[in-house]
Design a protein around this ligand. Structure first.
Ligand SMILES: [Zn+2]
Length: 163
């Protein structure tokens, strides 16, 4: 994605109020993000660990989504689980259910959509092999890197479309 500024980020959110958008904490050193390796900028709020954010470029404009991280008791605490965006397998704790309040009337009625995502939201880096999941996360696949990136983006945009 192209490098974005703090102002770009704060004006990109589609599912939270202006007040929330102003209060959220940006990732430390986000200006040094490896933009060329990112399909989206995702981070946990350094001041509120139950909050996470995801900012992506869609059709030339930025779309930001605020997420709630559900840490909840996992039934299979020792099992592995998969991120629904990048399909990386993680050991327990590496994937969390994150829910986004829907936009508009649906959101006002309390509707949300949830997805299991990498808890650090570094999907772009896992896909590119720039970051390794704990416990050898990689599922052997015959897909090329561009195909994996395309799949991750398709999953991302499918998720954004539901918010
Ligand atoms: Zn992921």
């Amino acid at each position: 994605m192209r490098p974005v500024t703090e102002r770009d980020i704060r004006t990109s959110f589609i599912n939270c109020s202006k007040g929330e958008t102003q209060r959220l904490n940006l990732p430390k050193d986000f200006a040094q993000s490896p933009w060329e390796d990112l399909d989206f900028l995702g981070w946990r709020d350094p001041g509120a660990p139950e909050r996470a954010y995801l900012v992506a470029e869609r059709d030339g404009s930025l779309v930001g989504v605020a997420l709630r991280v559900t840490s909840g008791a996992s039934r299979a605490f020792t099992s592995r689980s998969m991120c629904s965006l990048c399909l990386t397998m993680h050991t327990s704790g590496g994937v969390a259910l994150m829910t986004a309040r829907r936009t508009g009337e649906a959101g006002r009625q309390g509707n949300s959509v949830g997805q299991y995502l990498c808890t650090d939201l570094d999907c772009s880096l896992y896909v590119r092999g720039k970051k390794k999941a704990a416990g050898d996360g990689v599922v052997e696949e015959s897909l090329s890197l561009p195909e994996k990136v395309a799949r991750t983006r398709a999953n991302l945009f499918a998720f954004l479309a539901k918010v």
